[in-house]
Ligand binder design. Structure first.
Ligand SMILES: N[C@@H](CCC(=O)N[C@@H](CS)C(=O)NCC(=O)O)C(=O)O
Length: 201
């Protein structure tokens, strides 16, 4: 997986008082929130495919959301969503697959090896469970409840030893699915872990 580094100007998020960009004027727009891990998955993938000029980023301020987003753009009122070809579609994993099949650029390296393929599918399915378990653990005994979910990932990383990634020697869709969440959780949980040890000490 090799992508050129592009210095992209990141626009200011649109708020309740921002005007709606023209809808269905032929521009392909990816509505995101910069800090949303679901949106980050699709944003990473758009960059990986080198689609900076083809898919315009439209960041939304989720705390101060423009009403037109729900009313006119995406009724589910969530990010990410993609405006393309006269329609708006959502859901990060579906969007990655949709962009992969409908736009130019490299496809995600996907393993031929049946064992790796099966493992990739299992890990992608486990992604939702992982996120739910970790988010839910924030309300309870975080270390005890989230621990097994992280152990599951640690073990998954050890499964193929031909490289450091989930499927071995090259990063794949599995990394794109997990990285935005693991990065967020890691930052948050390093504080929790510290408190946990302090309470015990
Ligand atoms: N299943 C969706 C989840 C998207 C999602 O929950 N996005 C959050 C931000 S990280 C959102 O838009 N929340 C706004 C809301 O629920 O009102 C996906 O995979 O894209």
């Amino acid at each position: 997986m090799e992508a050129a580094i592009v210095n992209e100007h990141l626009p200011t998020p649109l708020t309740a008082t921002s005007e709606q960009p023209p809808l269905f004027d032929g521009t392909t727009r990816l509505y995101i929130a910069y800090t949303c891990p679901f949106a980050q998955r699709v944003w990473i993938f758009r960059n990986f495919k080198g689609l900076h000029d083809k898919i315009k980023l439209v960041p939304i301020d989720l705390q101060n959301r423009p009403a037109w987003y729900k009313e006119k753009v995406y009724h589910e009122n969530k990010v990410p969503s993609l405006e393309y070809n006269g329609k708006v579609i959502g859901k990060s994993l579906d969007l990655i697959k949709y962009i992969d099949s409908n736009f130019e650029g490299p496809s995600l390296p996907y393993p031929n090896d049946p064992a790796k393929k099966k493992f990739a599918e299992e890990l992608i399915t486990y992604g939702d469970t992982f996120n739910k378990v970790v988010f839910a653990s924030f309300k309870g005994d975080t270390v005890k409840e989230a621990g097994p979910a992280f152990d599951h990932l640690e073990n998954a990383l050890r499964k193929f030893n031909d490289g450091p990634f989930f499927l071995g020697h090259e990063p794949s869709l599995v990394e794109i699915i997990y990285i935005p969440f693991v990065e967020k959780f890691q930052a948050f949980l390093s504080g929790v872990e510290f408190q946990h040890h302090c309470r015990k000490a």
